[in-house]
Design a protein around this ligand. Sequence first.
Ligand code: ADP
Length: 566
Amino acid sequence: MSAEPLLRMVLSEDHDVFVLRQRGREVAAALGMEYQDQVRVATALSEIGRLVPGAVVTFSAAVEPRPHLAIVVSSTRLGMEIADGVAAAARLMDEVRVDDERIVLTRRLAGRADAERLDRVRDELAASVPTTALDELSVQNRQLVAALEQVQAHRDELLQLNAELEETNKGVMALYTQLSEELEQTNQGVVALYAELDERSAQLREANEAKSRFLANVSHELRAPVTAIIGLTRLLLDPRSEPLSGEQTHQLELVQGSAADLLARVNDLLDLAKAESGRIEPAWGPVDLAAVFGQLRGTLRPLARPDVQLEVSEPPVADLVSDEMLLTQILRNLLTNALKFTDAGSVGMSGWVDGERLRIAVADTGIGIPYAEQARVFEEFHQVRGARQAGGTGLGLPYARRLAALLGGALSLVSEPGEGSTFTLELPLRPPRPEGAAEPAGPLPHVERALIVDDDPAARQLMRRLLAGIADEVSEAADVRSGLAIAARQRPAVIFLDLRMPGGDGTQLLAGLAADRALDGVVVFVVTGADVSQLRPQELARARAVVGKEGLTRQAVVDLVAGLAR
Ligand code: ADP
């Protein structure tokens, strides 16, 4: 702090408060403070000054530690009454400190305040003469007006700000509306997209169903001529037929082999088409795993190459309810593949129970399946490229996987190329019970004897399985003549009759039944894939009902048989 104060004055009279105020402003102005700061200093001093009559006020300025103005108000009579003034002054100054007999007010200085400048200020102040209270009042009024103007300016500024804010709000609202509209448009787009997706999947489903129908029809149509070729060749090769030359015999054997191959492939196609169209309904029942394992062990051993060991282990003890025939088909498929693609080492089958599920693994030490192909071997017609062509249609695995799904299970593959493959079938110990697969509630209807007349063995097999647990005895006939003969002999409660059969139409059997009074009580259901609208109604008059082959489910059969008594 500069040794010499800038100014000192005594508040001896009441109006000295005005002088103090004026001096405060002058000192602040001389030290280069801005107008607002000058008013602050002046007002702080008048707030204090009016409470301490007789006090000595000393103004000084210092450059250390930072340039600042210090005003010391000394009085021997500082009491509680100064509290309000000090509080007001504290809001206007940087610091207001009170000790025993002094109030010290400080305010920082913005500009440079070197000693030389301070001397100049001191001289200026000494030369200026204090004005009167009236002068100070007018100064104060001007200051008030200025303050009011400032307030007004602030208010205007605020109004403008509000106006701008309102504009901004309008902008935000517009943006919001636009965004909402865009969102709604996007939503509409998404909804349309989903509708299109639904339509596409419906189309896909229809196309897939059409494909299955086509496969089923084509393979059904192909089977008859192939069966005929096989039969005719067998006839020609029969030793009782006309003798053939060695070459002819050889060629006919080739024809026979090819026809058998063709038949196997057509059957594969038909199986898959049926599984896909949901026409295979599992006939749930207790499964004798020992019999399944034993049968596969016995029938497949001849397929193993000389250096391959077929090891079918003992089956696990499991209380399994599934479809024994479908299960056997899946396992036969896996084992046949394993034997086909294994030149040396072993092919093994083993099973174990894992909680509520049965697992059966078929493992081989064969050529394995490249990683990139592992998912694709389950696709229809897919055969591994570059792998040895071992015959087959590429339908075995997709069919096996379909069947596994029908049984409520799954089929998975782990394979190491060059080392071997393991296919694992996983089945629930109890049939799953989703709608459709569920066994109809309540007791099953019952008949003693049923007869199935159909030239297609697969269709007869399906029908027989649909009748499981309903008919005590089921007979089969492949043509009209033997159908009629069996009907006359056994008098079945019900006949399931196919219409289109080589060597005699189903309507002929209906006519034969109608002619025999003894067979009046035999109910006939026509089960056909043919278009019945082409037939004359009187030809079908003897039938209780006509059912499409496509719609033949377990539930449909249950309903038909349950209606017999009516
Ligand atoms: P297919 O055997 O009639 O060709 P699959 O659907 O049963 O048809 O099998 C598809 C393909 O998967 C086979 O052609 C073969 O390339 C491959 N594959 C199946 N099983 C095995 C196996 N155990 N080891 C190696 N490759 C296999």
